[in-house]
Design a protein around this ligand. Structure first.
Ligand code: AMP
Ligand code: MN
Ligand code: MN
Length: 328
């Protein structure tokens, strides 16, 4: 904890010294990637910094109502003008979906909370105890004595809310609630945020849920539950790939299930898998072996396979290996 506090102070000092800052986050961003990016950008501007926001896949519709969401560019701007490139909610160049291979390490600072990640930059802040990157961003802004206003606070609250499943997952800590309490104090309206996130569904998304739930299967003696999303299903109801983002919570909620897997066909032969654990199995390692990454209880990867069936086989084989014989 002490070293994290020290690193937070060091990152704050680095940012105080920076002038032109590009903020990047992981591709297929979630509320934490976008919320922490916006929160930090607005905060740094209070400090007179020039800040540009980019994300290779852009802002998902669910959080497009956040102030600042329209600012994101999806093309990498020319890097010459930036003394600092911040990686948020990821700590590796590749996770941004941009080609940053030739950029010197000293230009980067990474702020993240994922385990099993290397970290790139002249300063690397990876705190796996933090429930969300937004929690770390709040600490940095407070350390810099930035006036956290309602816009900043709402972006960071969305970050916390998303990564903790509305303050419900096991990563939710006393610290998470303390951070939320500070954010509410600065003007967040929790009920309004919840309504934006979960009380404002498009018809197409709920229609897609119906199709996806009809694919539910139990595997490995009931230890694993799966659902699939095909491109055909998206077409049939007019939904977009991101519409299924949190559907994995349905197979996860089944009694006795240790791991839930949601398979999403992205293009011919390319599948994304979202993995969620209810027990101690380490999905971060499972996902890493599949070429992805994530947390112990929530991880993902993109895999190639000739068919959905083959993709499922690959994933189930990895899960079988990870779960081993003993039920936990
Ligand atoms: P998702 O299932 O897409 O919601 O992802 C769950 C968690 O795993 C999130 O924290 C993601 O950032 C992380 N994750 C998903 N896909 C990847 C990947 N390809 N590489 C590294 N981390 C990932
Ligand atoms: Mn994320
Ligand atoms: Mn996160």
């Amino acid at each position: 904890m002490k070293t994290i506090k020290k690193t937070i102070a060091e990152v704050a000092r680095e940012l105080e010294g920076a002038a032109n800052i590009l903020i990047l986050s992981h591709e297929n961003p979630d509320g934490d990637a976008i919320g922490s990016s916006i929160g930090l950008a607005l905060g740094l501007r209070e400090f007179g910094k020039n800040v540009v926001l980019a994300n290779s896949t852009g802002v998902p519709e669910r959080i497009s109502w956040l102030e600042g969401a329209k600012e994101f560019v999806t093309q990498l701007p020319p890097l010459r003008g930036f003394d600092t490139i911040l990686l948020l909610d990821c700590a590796e160049r590749e996770r941004t979906g941009f080609d940053l291979s030739g950029v010197p390490e000293e230009r980067f600072i990474s702020i993240d909370h994922h385990p099993n990640t290397v970290g790139v930059g002249r300063k690397v802040l990876i705190d796996t105890q933090a429930a969300a990157t937004g929690e770390l961003v709040l600490e940095i802004l407070l350390e810099m004595a930035v006036r956290v206003d309602a816009k900043i606070a709402t972006a960071l609250y969305v970050a916390l809310h998303t990564d903790t499943g509305g303050f419900n997952y096991s990563n939710t800590s006393r610290m998470t609630h303390m951070s939320a309490s500070i954010l509410i104090d600065r003007g967040v309206d929790p009920a309004a945020v919840h309504k934006h996130l979960f009380g404002n569904e498009r018809f197409e998304r709920v229609a897609l849920l119906g199709k996806v739930l009809s694919t539910l299967t139990m595997e490995l003696d009931g230890r694993v539950a799966t659902c699939v999303v095909t491109m055909e299903m998206l077409d049939e109801v007019g939904a977009s790939p991101e519409d299924s983002d949190d559907f994995v919570n349905y197979p996860r909620s089944i009694r006795g299930v240790e791991v839930a897997a949601l398979l999403k066909e992205r293009e011919e032969g390319v599948f994304r898998v979202s993995l969620r654990a209810n027990t101690g199995v380490n999905l971060s390692l499972v996902a890493k072996k599949l070429g992805g990454g994530g947390h112990k209880k929530a991880a993902g990867a993109t895999i190639t396979a000739t068919s959905l069936e083959e993709a499922k086989k690959i994933i189930l084989a990895s899960l079988e290996e990870a779960l081993g014989g003993a039920a936990s």
